[in-house]
Unconditional design. Structure first.
Length: 329
């Protein structure tokens, strides 16, 4: 931005469950003006705009995407995944910075086109991988050096939301992104299995990934479980680290690999307290636009996570998609 004191003009496209929260966060930022919220359901958009106006004021509800072109600097796209490409493309083409929720697009070709368009127009395309802003995950990024084995469980009850995509693209993709950030090595083999339970798409999935570095990861995601769990465990030479993404707790135990654990070994326990991950994500987006910090999750990183998610779904299809109800505990 040429004038750092000028308010950043923003909009939110999509006023469903998550879009409402995006609007609230922008409306509360002192250096941001939430110009509009956009949704084909104008009544819903008006509800969100009215709520935002109690926080910051000046937000209009519109149903037409074209009506915000030329009036905003940045947009959060929070529509169903099947519409990500068709909504983000004209925004980027108009020179508007875009925060695009995960998964980035439906196909890698679409993702590549958006990334190239953002570069051509010299605007930011930020992928919406919210767990990057979880302090328990940030702890892993700071402490993990050479992971040998990683295990992640992301389980939740059925919410009848985001069922337009399978559980790999809905939930597991969070852990795929974290995994790629931790390991920093090419994936050389993927094995996976998946089940339909309550929707036409995969509702529970397990994937085993092997990296060129030798690290192996086991990922499980479910949206039909009876209890919630969002945990990541990392094992490396002489150390064990874990992150609970729900409670924002970390555990770390380290020792001399030649000695091993002893009765005196004590785990390091850390709780980060209440945090607002979405607020931090959007603040990081704003800072990147202003040139104050790098883009925290680039379009390419979103594309990389999408590529692995697609490969996992292809492995599930190759193994034979099953119908059943395993793993409900």
């Amino acid at each position: 931005m040429s004038n750092p004191n000028k308010k950043l003009r923003t909009a939110v496209v999509g006023t469903g469950y998550l879009g409402r929260f995006h609007a609230q966060k922008y409306a509360a930022m002192p250096d941001v003006e939430l110009v509009a919220v956009v949704d084909l359901d104008l009544e819903r958009a008006q509800e969100v705009a009215t709520e935002a106006n109690t926080i910051g004021g000046g937000t209009e509800a519109v149903a037409d995407l074209d009506s915000i072109l030329g009036k905003v600097d940045a947009v959060s796209v929070v529509v169903p995944n099947v519409h990500h490409y068709e909504v983000a493309r004209p925004l980027l083409d108009a020179g508007i910075h875009v925060m695009l929720e995960k998964p980035l697009t439906n196909t890698l070709a679409q993702a590549d086109e958006l990334i190239a368009l953002a570069a051509e127009r010299k605007v930011i395309l930020q992928a919406g991988h919210l767990e990057r802003f979880n302090p328990a995950v940030a702890f892993l990024f700071d402490r993990v050096t050479q992971p040998l084995f990683i295990e992640a469980h992301r389980l939740g009850g059925f919410k009848n939301r985001a069922t337009d995509v399978d559980v790999v693209l809905d939930l597991m993709i969070h852990d795929i992104d974290i995994l790629l950030t931790l390991v920093k090595s090419p994936v050389v083999e993927i094995r996976a299995a998946g089940y339909r339970v309550l929707t036409p798409n995969i509702d529970i999935a397990n994937a085993r990934l092997e990296f060129a570095s030798g690290c192996v990861a086991n990922l499980t995601a479910s949206r039909v479980s009876l209890k919630d769990m969002r945990k990541i465990r990392v094992f490396e030479d002489g150390a064990y680290l874990s992150a609970d993404c729900a409670t924002r707790d970390n555990v770390m135990v380290s020792c001399d690999p030649d000695v091993g654990f002893t009765p005196d070994t004590r785990p390091e326990l850390l709780n980060h307290g209440p945090t607002d991950n979405l607020k931090e994500e959007l603040l990081a987006f704003v800072r990147a636009i202003k040139g104050e910090a790098p883009v925290p999750v680039t379009g390419k990183e979103g594309r990389d996570a999408l590529a692995i998610a697609i490969e996992i779904n292809e492995a599930i299809a190759a193994a034979g998609l099953k119908r059943g109800m395993p793993g409900l505990d």
